[in-house]
Design a protein. Structure first.
Length: 142
């Protein structure tokens, strides 16, 4: 059978049988989809910059010195109470300056978990007042 010509449809396109959502439903859906605000690079970099030029505060594999070791970097906490989860690092405010040997011990050694947590918590307690003075922040009451 041959078509002689194509004619436009006379019927309008039908809508789905589901009613449109009202504004309250749309607002509820949008609120549930919103994610927590991630810290920006600028917010975290001030904590990381405070660790530069400092001596090692972990003092697990190195003797205590007041001079800045060139291998000192910022060591993030590995504890979930500080925001560590899966592939996510802990918040930047839970960092301490640590030399390469102590950082290696904290992250990759076979030392007991309790020893690592105790060493990090002691270092953080010593570092927080000095960091607050260095950054010009008020010391947080804990």
């Amino acid at each position: 059978m041959k078509r002689s010509e194509l004619k436009p449809s006379k019927k309008r396109m039908t809508r789905s049988p589901w009613p449109m959502a009202n504004a309250a439903d749309a607002a509820r859906r949008k609120k549930s989809k919103s994610r927590a605000k991630k810290p920006t690079v600028a917010e975290g970099s001030k904590y990381l910059a405070a660790c530069r030029g400092e001596p090692c505060f972990l003092n697990v594999k190195c003797p205590w010195t007041d001079w800045a070791d060139p291998t000192v970097v910022d060591c993030h906490s590995n504890q979930s109470i500080h925001g560590k989860a899966g592939a996510r690092k802990a918040d930047h405010k839970f960092t301490v300056p640590g030399c390469a040997a102590c950082h290696e011990w904290l992250d990759r050694s076979g030392a007991p978990w309790e020893a690592k947590c105790a060493a990090f918590d002691a270092a953080l307690a010593r570092w927080e007042p000095k960091r607050a003075r260095k950054m010009g922040l008020m010391e947080e009451a804990s």
